[in-house]
Design a binder for this molecule. Structure first.
Ligand SMILES: *Cc1c(COP(=O)(O)O)cnc(C)c1O
Length: 220
């Protein structure tokens, strides 16, 4: 199927999931995750109405973004090293993966120098998986408090990649994420991928990040 047909089908499924949960479908934003996919495919998605693009790596975005002709908001959804903060800000509009104060401070400093305020999310390791990015639940409070003191970052919400599993095993993690989001008085929840976005929406996702279901399988 074409990218445009996939986008249309995903939008229908997003709307249906939102309605099942008594939510306004317009409250769920779709990020098309284009890692490993070409600039031409990204343009195809933008022509199909996609307004938000997600990429995992600074290097890859640096190679592709100049080749993309359509306008979109670019979301960094992969782990970011502090020494790449300046470069990341040159390529991305939104950062979903704040997970330590040193990184947040580096982004704040570069954003302030550029006269920008960067919308950002804190990544939570909701499944407490060793070696996985994100902060543990008990580390959230001090990190959020510190980020809220940074003038060039606007903290919008929380992001997570729950442990792999079938949809119903992942749902409790989505529910916990929503509780954390509400506890900290945040607006946004970035969660849900090709295999589980409907459950994420039913549990409160406001951004879903979808790759394979839009662009096809990756040859990884
Ligand atoms: C790759 C990726 C996605 C998209 O995953 P799909 O299974 O292709 O939909 C979403 N979020 C993050 C952080 C990713 O790395």
């Amino acid at each position: 199927m074409s990218v445009a047909a996939n986008v249309a089908r995903i939008r229908d499924r997003i709307a249906a999931a939102a309605r099942r949960a008594g939510r306004d479908p317009a409250a769920v934003r779709l990020i098309a995750v284009s890692k490993t996919k070409s600039a031409a495919m990204i343009d195809e998605a933008i022509e199909a109405g996609i307004t938000d693009i997600g990429e995992n790596y600074v290097q890859e975005a640096a190679a592709k973004r100049p080749l993309v002709r359509g306008a979109a908001r670019w979301h960094l959804i992969g782990h970011l090293q502090r020494n790449k903060a300046a470069k990341a800000l040159g390529l991305f509009d939104v950062v979903h993966t704040l997970d330590r104060i040193e990184l947040a401070r580096a982004i704040d400093r570069h954003a302030a120098a550029a006269g920008r305020i960067v919308p950002a999310f804190v990544e939570v390791n909701i499944g407490r998986e060793p070696g996985k990015s994100g902060v543990l639940e008990e580390q959230l409070e001090p990190l959020i408090a510190a980020i809220r003191g940074l003038p060039a970052i606007r903290l919008e919400g929380l992001m997570a990649i729950p442990p792999a599993g079938d949809v119903e095993s992942v749902r409790p993690y989505f529910r916990q994420m929503r509780e954390l989001r509400d506890r900290f008085g945040l607006e946004e929840l970035s969660m849900g991928m090709s295999g589980d976005f409907e459950a994420a929406i039913e549990e409160g996702a406001t951004y879903v990040r979808i790759g394979r279901a839009i662009f096809g399988e990756r040859g990884e």
